[in-house]
Design a protein around this ligand. Structure first.
Ligand SMILES: [Fe+2]
Length: 307
């Protein structure tokens, strides 16, 4: 995930500048699974158990199914080699370890080649709900189950290809909003109700409740050009969530040629996160109370690629 380009260094992840010069050009490192401490595995266990208690009836079927098929459980931080073996069999993806923030081009190059760069480190026990950079819990628990889904697998790869192009064209913030409001903070309408598929929500204890249950945020039917015009919050709950009718919509998005859209959308006014348009398909008009009150969730500021 990333942050607004105008505000932060051109790196993926959240907080600024902890990365050091990489030994490898693609920024990958060994996960060093054997070197995780008992305390680090303990943080994973705490996070895993807390989140798996919360997600039944909240996470979408694809997330639940992906999680079920992966070698992930509460007992220990997953070994990326074992994850990749299963992922590769299902959708041709693998998980590679990175130290944290990586430059946009490196991030997109990985995605375009079906490699998901995951933070090697885990947050401290004293900061379970706050992240300065996406860690192994966000990246693995939040993202990897959905990469078992063929539609999401293709969409994220296409996003990597599109990201490289958008970067060259200087329009990355427009595309990054698509990633933000889908891969990170997307909701989907299932037959049995509204469900989470976005990793930023699925890996957040507080936002898993807020996104579905709180009367404050807007829940708006996903519309591509509308989303590409919409700013987002990187340091708090979202003011608006965009809802797919079906995950298959992502497959359509993966096939769209964005180039003609950039010129048109670049001319249109930007929309603020809580703004509602007359033509929006509102599933729920939010009260806005949470953000009007100026409360802070202390939730994870997760940052999208290229934003
Ligand atoms: Fe993420």
């Amino acid at each position: 995930m990333q942050m607004p380009a105008q505000d932060k260094p051109r790196k993926h992840g959240a907080a600024a500048g902890t990365a050091v010069a990489p030994a490898r050009a693609d920024w990958t490192i060994a996960q060093g699974w054997d070197r995780y401490s008992a305390a680090e595995h303990g943080v994973w266990k705490t996070l895993f158990e807390r989140q798996t208690r919360l997600l039944p009836g909240r996470a979408c079927d694809a997330f639940v199914e992906g999680m079920r098929q992966l070698p992930i459980d509460a007992s220990q931080i997953p070994d990326f080699r074992a994850l990749s073996e299963v992922l590769m069999q299902h959708t041709g993806w693998q998980v590679v370890a990175v130290p944290g923030l990586v430059p946009d081009e490196v991030f997109f190059e990985h995605l375009a080649n079906r490699r998901f760069p995951a933070g090697q480190f885990i947050r401290g026990a004293h900061e379970l709900d706050y992240l300065e950079e996406p860690d192994v819990f966000h990246d693995v628990f939040g993202h990897v189950p959905m990469l078992m889904n063929p539609v999401m697998a293709d969409f994220v790869q296409a996003y990597g290809v599109g990201g490289l192009r958008a970067k060259q064209l200087g329009v990355l913030p427009l595309l990054a909003r698509v990633y933000w409001y889908t891969v990170e903070f997307g909701l989907v309408q299932q037959r049995d109700g509204l469900r989470i598929y976005g990793s930023g929500i699925a890996s957040s204890y507080t936002e898993s409740v807020f996104a579905l249950d709180d009367p404050s945020p807007n829940r708006i039917g996903f519309a591509l050009e509308r989303v590409m015009r919409t700013n987002y919050r990187i340091d708090d709950f979202q003011e608006s969530y965009f809802v797919l009718d079906d995950l298959a919509q992502l497959l359509e998005l993966a096939q769209i040629d964005f180039a003609p859209l950039y010129a048109r959308i670049g001319q249109a006014p930007e929309l603020q996160p809580g703004e509602v348009l007359p033509q929006d398909h509102m599933l729920q008009r939010g009260s806005g109370d949470y953000h009007h009150a100026g409360r802070s969730s202390a939730c994870s500021p997760l940052h999208p690629p290229g934003a």
